[in-house]
Every structure is written in C-alpha cells, then in structure tokens.
Design a protein around this ligand. Structure first.
Ligand SMILES: Cc1cc2nc3c(=O)[nH]c(=O)nc-3n(C[C@H](O)[C@H](O)[C@H](O)COP(=O)(O)OP(=O)(O)OC[C@H]3O[C@@H](n4cnc5c(N)ncnc54)[C@H](O)[C@@H]3O)c2cc1C
Ligand code: SF4
Ligand code: FES
Length: 702
C-alpha cells in the first residue's frame, strides 16, 4: 500500500491520518511538538452549529451543522450537549434576529426563538440587558481530547504518530515531492522519510511547508485572544446575536467560563502576542452577556492563530470565510506528490480530512470509500496507552551527543544566542498568561533564569541546563519553556496544548511544587532562578515529558465520564447545575483534567507503584457518586483493596496540588465511606457473605 506522510499533528492532521488509515493506506504523522500543541488545543471549545456563520458565510455554516451531527454520532461522550443561545441586547440585535433565523433555517440549523422570560428561564446566567434569544444546537467540546480520539483510532489502524519531530525540508525528485527531511528532538537524529505523497496539514504554518515545495498557498494567519475565568457562570454557549465581533461568546467548560475572541492578521504565525486591550475587551463584552464573568478571577488569557483561506487583502480576518480548501499541487502547480489542506474549523476536521483523503486516493490510484462518517472513535486515553513513539526502545539518542558530565555536555541545539550551558533567548513570547498578579497594561520585560531538568533516552543521568528568558508580567512557566524551545534550544521537549488549565498536559514541578505550567506566572514566583523538573512517580520519556500510561489505564478502567452530556436546556433539573468554582459542594464531577499532579505529589505512589493513586481513585469516586449507567459494585470491588482506597495515608498532598478543585482526597474518603456502608450491609441480617464479592472476584477486579 502507498505510504503517506502527514505534516502536522493538529486536529486536521489527526483526522486525515484516521481517514487514510481506515482506507488502508500506510500513514506517518510528523508533529514538531506534542499532538494538538498548535492552534487545535487552544481553540475556544465550541462545537459550532453553524449559526454564527449562517448570515454571512453560509458555506461554512452548512459544513458546521453537518459535521456537528456526525461528530456527536462518532465521538459520543466528547461533547456537552448544552446548546447555544444567541442573545439580543439592543434594538440593532433585535433587528438582526429575523434574518438570522431565516439564514439558520436555510442552512438546516434548528433555531428556536425565545422571548426574554423564556431565555432567562433556560439560562439564568444571562444579564438584565437581554431582550430575546435564539436557541441553536451549539455545544461545548474538549479541544484536545476530541482530536486525540482521531489519533488513537488512526494508531489502532496502523498509523504511526511521531511527536517532537519537525519537518525541516521536503525531498524532491524531478520536481515531485517524494518524502520529507526531519529532525527528531528527542534523539537529535536527522533523517529522510520516503513517501508516495506528503499531506501538508501544518495549519498556520502550512505556507512554510508549501515554500519547501516551491509553491504558495493563500493562507491568512489570523490570531484571536481568549480569556478563561474561574467558575461556570452559564450552562449554555452564550453568543451575541449580531455580526461576529469581539468578546461575543461565553462558553462553559468544566469549572471555567471561556470568553472569546478577537481577530487580527499577522504574517508570521509565531509572532503571536497577547494584547492587554483585547483581554479587557473580552471581559467587558463577555460580561454584557453573562454579568458574573466581570467579577470572576481570570484563570488564564491566551492567543491562538486561525489558518484561514485568503489573500493579503484582509485586515482583521473577520471578513474571511471559515470554509476549508484542499490544494492538489499536482493539478494547481504541477508539483506531484504534494497536497495542502487548510482553513476550516475544529468542528469540520472530519470533513476536511475526507476531502483531503479523496484527493490523495485519487492521486495514488487507491479505490477505497471514506468510512469516517460511521466509524465510532476510540476513547482519547487510547492515544496515550498505545502511543509507542515516545516509549520506543528504537528511539534512542546517539551516544556521542548525550553525556552530561563530559566536555560534550548535552548540547543545546546551536542557535543564535545559545552558549554551552546557559541559553539566552532573545524574544519574549507571552502567548498565554495568567492575570492574577499582572500589573495590567505594562509590557516591561526583564530576564529570568530557568534551571530545567534535562534527560534523554541513553543519558546516564539527568542534567540541569540554565536558560535566560526575557519575561513580561503575564509570562507563564509554559510560555518561558516554549520560548526556549522555539528561540533557544529546540531539543527541549515539553507537553502542552490548551494554555488555560483545561487539557492537563503541561504538569511540571516548579521550585519543587507540582503545577500546571500554563497558569503559573513567573512573576508570582520568588526572585532568583526557577527550577523546572518533570513530574515525579512516572517514568521520564524525555526532559519534561513523562509516561502517563499507568494513569490513563487506570482512568479508563474506572469508567468515569469525561463530560456531563446534558445539564441544562430544561432537560435536567436546575439543581444539578453548579455555578461557583470555589466551594467544595459545587465541584463538578468532570472537573478533573487528568493532569497527574496529584500522582506526582502523592507520597504513597512514590513508594508503592501498585497503589491505584489519587487521580484514579478520585475518578472511581465520581462514578460511584453519579453512576450514569455504570456498574457501581464492580468499581467498589476494584478499589476495595490494600492497593486501593485503603492504602492512602491521608497526607492530602494530592488535593493541595490539584489545579481544578477536583479534590481526589475527598473522593478517596467518599469511597471508604461507601465501602464501609457496603461492608456493614454485607455483614447484617443474615446476608452475611451472600452478595459480598468473593475473594476471587476481588482479585480479578484488581
Ligand atoms: C482563537 C481561536 C478560537 C477558535 N475557536 C474555535 C471553536 O470554538 N470551534 C472551532 O470549531 N474552531 C475554532 N477555531 C478554529 C480551529 O482552532 C482551527 O481551525 C483548527 O484548530 C486548526 O487545526 P489544524 O490542525 O489545521 O492546525 P494546528 O492545530 O495548528 O495544527 C498544525 C500543526 O502543525 C505542526 N507543525 C507546524 N510546522 C511543522 C513542521 N515543520 N513539522 C512538523 N509539524 C509542524 C504544528 O506544531 C501544529 O501542531 C478557533 C481558532 C482560534 C484561533
Ligand atoms: S484529581 Fe486534580 S491533580 Fe489529580 S489528575 Fe485530576 S485534576 Fe489533576
Ligand atoms: S497546557 Fe493545557 S493545562 Fe496547561
């Protein structure tokens, strides 16, 4: 079967890999960071119904509603089916309503008009300005975990996903593209990979890849700012009923409310800043829709770049369509073996992949129909538990460059400004940031020293490398690490995706304490060098990246749901809706972001690897508290063990470091309470032993 290399591990690249693998092709994805670490992981999290585009961009609206329906079918459990409200606040908004509803209906988007009272009844978080609203089938999605399901399924069908592997050139023969040149940032290896066809799915960076093939693609890089505040201040996705503008969407996501977004254009997707005035606009405009966000603590603010189809004429990006386009460069530019896919939305990733795979198969003479409309995707955890690339024993650093104590210290990749042990980065890169201690409005920079723990496969011991990084008031530990990677030392590997504490991938130990790097501002840390180490109690794969297999295995086993599918729109009692993100009673059961900080901090896990650990036990407690069809008894039987909930020694370190308030220690205590009641029941009234799980059953459950 032909071999296709996909450049870029965002949602689009993942969906392309899935489609091609299902059609029986050999597929390799090369991603320079962790998958979804580009725009994908950082988007707003809105499963579009298409209503936002119905008036001005019908093509995109039709694509969105079609894919909205398909995704709910093939990725059950990945969305909150919370619906969206388009809210009219002014006379002008009211005048927009009839045309909006008509346009929605023309695009086959269900749209129900609500008067003020009904809108407030269905979404009490709305502000007093509301005049009327229209309800549409928008939803909340997990920006990282939905694409992970595409990667996981592609992998299970034979696709190879190579992370931290940057494409640095294209192999050409007689004008045709015949493969890629790459650099592996884990091993330092540089190599060539032959391919029958290369798909350029590099999102905002697609033009750079296209240039390697000597072609141009009309991609406009259009960044936008998003702000996450603590607390879930609405249950539906609340949009302003007007032409798309700044700060006109408030979206509930786990224990946060995310306000977005703004829009401008840049030439370089890495020139991505976080303008203070955009952050202020998000809060001001967002609070007109949902007033409570004005007083909520800002958890994070960040920006990301849209890869839109368009030429140089656009000034804000708003006027460009959100549709997508697949460029067959053989047909368009006479360059065989090369296809680019760009534009679109995260919501339309599957359709983008179908269009691309159709072109690829036609070019390669493969006759296989698209099956991704029906194929239900594997859970996101399957991506990590079956992802061999980082763990592979064949992925070893060449020994010549890896002896930390020899003269040839683990050499940072030679870049301007880099010296042997101390690397100074020259560009500030605050693309995400916390806002709790920011001096707001200032962009003054100062230098900060980071001492980062480094280790690669093949090194005899970890080494600490020192980096000098320019920082602004909002610069986070993750910003600084990304800055080092992009502008100082590309060999530094660090995981990240969302930049606002919802994906859970950027856990590290900073000055000895477990934190999410994306919401830890350097300005909040004591003066002096900042030490950054990988999380403890998990094998290190490379530098700050640890193997999460055990955690994900346990989480999958617990059967916990990732999202609560329905908790509003009148279909469930309002009493189940929790508004504040601060009181323990209001913790949503889905607030765990699977970061593993609790496992790293747990003193028992440090000494007993058989212990199920706080995250998994917390997840089990969630299932017991709210089974939603799951078998509670089998979960209780599983955790009723000396390596289960009885092993905890009550240090509570897990809950202290938990970044979301998911409170795993309370979960462990709840499991003990539930088991104690069960044991008493088993011993009482002649039922002794009757329905208590037999020892063999308990052993099997382990
Ligand atoms: C602010 C904002 C909010 C948004 N909100 C929403 C929303 O709510 N709902 C929605 O549906 N859509 C939303 N979008 C749009 C959506 O995020 C994007 O359309 C989508 O994520 C693009 O995915 P992608 O895979 O094409 O690009 P990316 O996710 O950027 O993937 C490209 C990948 O290529 C990799 N790469 C680049 N160069 C190389 C190289 N040389 N070698 C190897 N790898 C390389 C990058 O690291 C990156 O991971 C939003 C976009 C923005 C900017
Ligand atoms: S319980 Fe908290 S610390 Fe543990 S994995 Fe979940 S969010 Fe992370
Ligand atoms: S990058 Fe997602 S939690 Fe930090």
């Amino acid at each position: 079967m032909p071999h296709v290399v996909v450049v870029g591990g965002g949602g689009t690249g993942g969906a392309v890999a899935h489609d091609l693998a299902l059609r029986g092709l050999r597929v390799t994805v090369l991603e320079r960071g962790e998958v979804t670490s580009g725009t994908t992981g950082r988007h707003h999290g809105l499963l579009h119904s298409g209503a936002r585009y119905a008036v001005a961009d019908a093509t995109s609206a039709v694509e969105c509603i079609a894919e909205n329906r398909i995704l709910r079918r093939i990725a059950p459990g990945s969305f909150e089916e919370n619906d969206g409200l388009f809210v009219a606040l002014t006379d002008e908004d009211l005048a927009y309503l009839p045309g909006f509803v008509e346009a929605c209906r023309a695009c086959d988007i269900p749209a129900e008009v609500l008067d003020r009272a009904e809108a407030l009844r269905r979404e009490p978080g709305l502000g007093p300005e509301v005049r009327a609203a229209v309800q549409v089938p928008d939803g909340t999605m997990d920006a990282m975990r939905l694409p992970l399901r595409f990667f996981a399924t592609a992998q299970s069908n034979g696709a190879v996903i190579r992370t931290f592997t940057e494409v640095v050139g294209l192999r050409r023969q007689d004008g045709a593209v015949t493969g890629v040149a790459y650099r592996d940032d884990v091993t330092g290896e540089e190599g060539l990979l032959a391919a029958d066809l290369v798909v350029n799915a590099a999102g905002p960076w697609a033009q750079r890849i296209a240039e390697m093939a000597g072609v141009d693609v009309p991609i406009r890089c259009s960044p936008g700012v998003l702000v996450a505040v603590r607390g879930r201040w609405c249950d539906m996705v609340v949009n302003r009923l007007h032409r798309s503008g700044d700060g006109d969407i408030v979206l509930p996501q786990r224990g946060l409310s995310v306000i977005g977004t703004s829009s401008w254009v840049v030439d370089d997707p890495d020139e991505l800043h976080l303008p203070e005035d955009h952050i202020r606009t998000m809060v001001t405009e967002g609070s007109r829709l949902v007033p409570a966000v004005a007083h909520a603590e800002i958890r994070a603010a960040w920006s990301a770049v849209r890869p839109l189809i368009g030429d140089g004429g656009s000034t804000t990006g708003r006027e460009l369509s959100r549709t997508f386009k697949c460029f067959d460069h053989a047909e368009r530019d006479g360059v065989e073996g090369f296809v680019t896919i760009s534009g679109g939305k995260a919501t339309t990733l599957r359709a983008m992949a179908e269009a691309t795979a159709d072109v690829v198969c036609r070019r390669l003479g493969v006759e296989a129909p698209c099956r991704t409309r029906e194929q239900v995707l594997l859970p996101h955890t399957a991506y990590y538990t079956s992802h061999e690339s980082m763990r592979s024993t064949t992925r070893r650093a060449p020994t010549a460059t890896v002896t930390p104590n020899a003269d040839a210290t683990p050499a940072p990749t030679a870049r301007p400004g880099a010296v042997a042990r101390t690397v100074t980065t020259s560009r500030t890169a605050t693309t995400g940031g916390t806002a709790t201690t920011s001096t707001g409005g200032t962009t003054a920079t100062s230098n900060r020293v980071l001492r980062v723990s480094r280790w690669k496969p093949g090194w005899p011991a970890p080494a600490q490398l020192e980096y000098v990084v320019p920082v602004e008031p909002r610069t986070t530990v993750l910003d600084a690490l990304r800055n080092i990677r992009w502008h100082g030392d590309a060999s530094l590997t660090v995981r990240h995706s969302c930049c606002h504490s919802s994906c859970g991938t950027c856990g590290v130990r900073v000055n000895g304490a477990e934190v999410l790097g994306c919401v830890t501002a350097l300005a909040d840390l004591p003066a002096g060098p900042v030490t950054v180490e990988p999380m403890a109690n998990a094998p290190v794969l490379s530098d700050l990246v640890v193997d999460m297999t055990r955690l994900y295995d346990g989480l999958e086993r617990s059967g916990r749901p990732l999202v609560r599918q329905v908790e509003t729109t009148g279909r469930t009692p309002r009493a189940k809706v929790h508004r504040s993100g601060t009181s323990p009673a209001s913790v949503r059961l889905e607030d765990c972001v699977e970061c593993g900080l609790c496992v790293s901090a747990c003193p028992i896990t440090g000494t007993d690897q058989a212990y199920l650990g706080p995250a998994v036990l917390g997840a089990a407690a969630r299932v017991v508290a709210e089974p939603r069809g799951k078998d509670v008894r089998s979960v209780l039987t599983w955790v009723d063990d000396h390596d289960g909930c009885w092993r905890c020694h009550l240090s509570f370190a897990c809950s202290e470091v938990c970044p979301t308030g998911a409170d795993p220690a309370a979960g462990i205590m709840a499991l003990r309470g539930a088991l104690t009641r069960e044991h008493l029941r088993w011993r009482s009234d002649g039922h002794r032993g009757a329905d208590r799980p037999a020892d063999e059953e308990r052993t099997a459950a382990r």
